[in-house]
Ligand binder design. Structure first.
Ligand SMILES: *[C@@H]1O[C@H](CO)[C@@H](O)[C@H](O)[C@H]1NC(C)=O
Ligand SMILES: *[C@@H]1O[C@H](CO)[C@@H](O)[C@H](O)[C@H]1NC(C)=O
Ligand SMILES: *[C@@H]1O[C@H](CO)[C@@H](O)[C@H](O)[C@H]1NC(C)=O
Length: 437
């Protein structure tokens, strides 16, 4: 199989950046409520890519190949009946946590790297003494502000997999299963959470005590969903339910994007589309995708395939944890067929991508436009194509959801170098072009 490679670009970038260390947060321009957002396996991350991954390129490919797990997981969520929102599930999601932020937990603050996940409300970190956790752990007993929560607190009743006694007081422990044969147990805890210059006191999160079964990825999880236990809900007045991120380009192994929390400093002139609320899946950010164009052609898509329906969970979400945008199969096929009509073949496959063509035909590649209610997003070429290592092939960087899925997911590759703003109180999502790196 040919490899997707950006190695030439990386070496250029590297040559230009030896003079300053982009990973040194003290030299960062970001302050206030701005945090750097880095690739989980990028240069500035302490986590190394799972083997085998001989290059950054392979890592990106591997990440894309994990998408089906995540999208199946997201699909299964929307199919569920209303459930209590877990504070510390989300292991499935972590397999493909693509972006991490540096946070500090406790007093004095302990540096942790947490996965950013807009489709999850949960927060958890691996804690000291944890059986089966790897790498960085949070050490509660050196924090003067740490506390365990009791079974009687309302937050505890929102946790899935509870092991609280019927009567009497007890610490809120829970044990959740993961995949076929894995599980973890955690203590519902509170401590200060430091995000850039802000400190959120008494932040509720799961402190993982044990994991069993297949290795659970070492990062903590920071859920940016819109549900009742997420960061947004726990910080209410501080950030007013508003945040935005700018995801760095997939080519930028060395660089970081940013996460801006709160209404200050958000772009003023930004096109927006309404956010839709699904009470059955309160953490997901649904938007109203009404159509897709390829070049000047409006792709013929049966409106029902895009329609938002809270009962079935169908519709479109914006997600920070999936690598490539995926549509329900008939929608993807229609987009792909129109794209193939307008680009010169022959077409071949590369990994997860089924529409690859000679890169020299790229200058005549049509732009793909996502038509959201009230906002058209014309994808820059970089966000609709991915290239092979030799540079000889370009591929349409989108794909199909699993059969029977009703959900469309707008993912990372299509969000590079865009500022994506989530404004929950005003129920709107904004997108503006920005160079994130
Ligand atoms: C903190 O906990 C660790 C392991 O959980 C233990 O080894 C250590 O002695 C504890 N330190 C204090 C100050 O209690
Ligand atoms: C969670 O509970 C199950 C069933 O009681 C047990 O087999 C498993 O070992 C527990 N997991 C952890 C990580 O403690
Ligand atoms: C989505 O947008 C279309 C076109 O503006 C509109 O007819 C439809 O009612 C919207 N759907 C929702 C759920 O708001």
């Amino acid at each position: 199989m040919d490899l997707l490679s950006f190695s030439f670009l990386f070496s250029l970038l590297f040559a230009n950046t030896i003079a300053f260390d982009p990973c040194d947060s003290s030299t960062s321009k970001l302050d206030g409520s701005d945090l750097s957002v880095i690739h989980v396996y990028g240069k500035c991350s302490p986590f190394s890519a799972p083997k085998p991954a001989s290059s950054w390129v392979n890592t990106v490919l591997n990440m894309a190949s994990k998408d089906p797990e995540r999208v199946s997981y997201l699909s299964s969520l929307v199919a569920q009946k209303p459930t209590k929102v877990p504070i510390a599930s989300g292991q499935q999601v972590l397999n493909v946590g693509n972006y991490i932020v540096r946070v500090k937990i406790g007093t004095p603050g302990q540096l942790m790297f947490m996965v950013l996940d807009t489709s999850n409300d949960n927060a958890w970190v691996p804690c000291s003494g944890c059986t089966g956790c790897s790498s960085t752990v949070f050490t509660p007993n050196t924090s003067s502000t740490y506390g365990e929560m009791e079974c009687s607190v309302p937050e505890c009743t929102q946790v899935r997999g509870l092991s609280c006694p019927e009567t009497g007081t007890s610490t809120c422990f829970f044990n959740q299963s993961y995949g076929g044969d894995s599980s973890f147990s955690a203590t519902l805890s509170r401590d200060s959470l430091g995000l850039a210059a802000d400190v959120i006191p008494n932040y509720a999160f799961g402190c993982i005590n044990a994991v069993s079964g297949k290795a659970i990825p070492p990062q903590g999880l920071l859920g940016l969903g819109r549900g009742p236990t997420s960061l947004l809900s726990q910080t209410g007045s501080l950030y007013s339910g508003v945040f935005s991120y700018c995801l760095p380009s997939f080519k930028s192994y060395y660089f970081s994007g940013s996460l801006k929390l709160g209404p200050l400093g958000q772009p003023k002139n930004i096109k927006t589309t309404p956010l839709l609320k699904n009470p059955r899946r309160p953490s997901l950010y649904y938007v109203n995708l009404t159509g897709v164009s390829v070049g000047r052609v409006k792709v013929p898509i049966t409106p029902e395939l895009l329609a938002f329906d809270p009962t079935t969970g169908s519709g479109t979400i914006i997600d920070s944890g999936t690598v490539m945008t995926r549509f329900v199969p008939p929608v993807y096929e229609a987009i792909r067929d129109e794209f193939r009509k307008q680009v010169k073949g022959p077409f071949s496959s590369l990994g997860a991508f089924d529409t690859c063509f000679t890169a020299t035909n790229e200058d005549v590649t049509p732009a793909v436009t996502f038509r959201f209610e009230g906002m058209d997003l014309v994808l820059p070429l970089e966000n609709s194509l991915i290239h092979s290592s030799s540079g000889s092939l370009a591929c349409l960087a989108m794909g199909a959801m699993p059969v029977n899925s009703v959900l469309n997911v707008v993912a990372n590759l299509q969000q590079q170098n865009l500022r994506v703003m989530f404004d929950v109180p005003n129920s709107r999502l904004g997108i503006a072009r920005e160079l994130c790196n």
